[in-house]
Ligand binder design. Structure first.
Ligand code: PBG
Length: 338
């Protein structure tokens, strides 16, 4: 009998062999935690679809940021839920709006020990739940919406946001925001562009969290269709040309090909957003005993890294950082077999 002379299994023999041979490792520095802050909440509101998460009040928000910091998670992505919504989403550019106030609170308490990213979109702010201003026919008006995004971005920058994250998939949104930030004296405020954001079924739990389900129709007139891959390169190239500092792919696990292509083609850092539906599936699979939630969590985030994402936005950010703090060599998957 003859065996191959190459023996890859030699490097798999013990945990330390595997640790030595690991091509990728996860680190708390990679993670960004999405947080929701709700203006009319007097106490935190637990989310039924996204277990373990809640809409925060301004006071509970800073407690939550402190808890994240204590496990090494120092970067947050903020979503504001205003108490007053209208057709234009005008609370988005209110300097005293909920997200602006949240930014100031976090900055006041933590200074630059926390990186603050703000979602820049209108769906949390509009009465109809669409990501932009509507025409008389009920379609999202691209150019009017982009003007509104630029106003909201300047207001968020004025409050102290480090990075603005436009998520509405309007054409020209990055360029308009960049121009407005520069014009208003915020050349140092960066843009994390949702470049390849797909019209996905996986945002379900988020729409409860951000109270932003569209009241009619869906978002396929502005978000990308899941059938397309090449188009993502075009979106990312346009965002880079318009001044994006980071490009993002969202959702993540069903779009690893897109993450991988952008990581190869783009000169900008690539972020992946493990969205609400993806995190909920991992949680529910664990609950049902289909697999260990912890192992699924680690394996999922490793996959994003392996595909080429270096920035990981995830509702598991806190749990991952906690896990990594407990097991510093935890680039490897836990060894317990479920
Ligand atoms: C839109 C926005 C959405 C998410 C982030 N920004 C929802 C949507 O496009 O419907 C979804 C994030 C998630 O599911 O975790 N402002």
């Amino acid at each position: 009998m003859s065996f191959p002379t190459e023996r890859p299994r030699r490097l798999r023999r013990t945990a330390l062999h595997r640790e030595l041979a690991a091509e990728h490792r996860l680190h708390p520095a990679d993670f960004v935690a999405p947080l929701f802050v709700r203006e009319d909440a007097t106490s935190p509101v637990p989310l039924t679809l996204l277990a373990g998460h809640q809409q925060e009040t301004l006071n509970s928000l800073t407690d939550r940021v402190e808890a994240l910091r204590s496990v090494g998670c120092t970067k947050v992505l903020l979503f504001g839920i205003p108490s007053r919504k209208d057709a234009e989403g005008s609370e988005a550019w209110n300097d005293n709006g909920i997200v602006q106030e949240a930014v100031r609170r976090i900055r006041q308490q933590f200074g630059h020990d926390v990186l603050i990213i703000t979602d820049c979109c209108l769906d949390e702010y509009t009465s109809h739940g669409h990501c932009g201003i509507l025409t008389a026919e009920g379609e999202v008006d691209n150019d009017a919406t982009v003007v509104a995004y630029a106003r909201a971005a300047v207001s968020q920058a004025r409050a102290g946001a480090d990075l603005i994250a436009p998520s509405g998939m309007m054409d020209g949104q990055v360029g308009a925001i960049r121009e407005a930030l520069d014009e208003h004296g915020f050349p140092g405020t960066g843009i994390m562009a949702y470049s390849a954001k797909y019209a996905s079924c996986l945002y379900g739990p988020f729409r409860e969290a951000a109270d932003c389900a569209p009241q009619f129709g869906d978002r396929s007139g502005y978000q990308m269709q899941p059938a397309n891959g090449i188009e993502a390169l075009r979106e990312a190239r346009l965002d880079a040309e318009e001044g994006a500092d980071i490009v993002m792919v969202k959702p993540a696990l069903w779009y690893l090909d897109i993450i991988s292509a952008l990581a190869r083609e783009s000169e900008l850092p690539v972020a992946a957003y493990l969205v609400s539906g993806e995190c909920a599936m991992i949680h529910d699979g664990g609950e049902r005993g289909l697999f260990s939630e912890e192992r699924a969590m680690v394996e999922a985030h490793l996959a994003l890294r392996r595909a080429g994402a270096t920035i990981l936005i995830s509702y598991y950010a806190g749990a991952m950082c906690e896990y990594l703090a407990a097991a510093p060599q935890a680039a490897r998957i836990p060894q317990t077999v479920h």
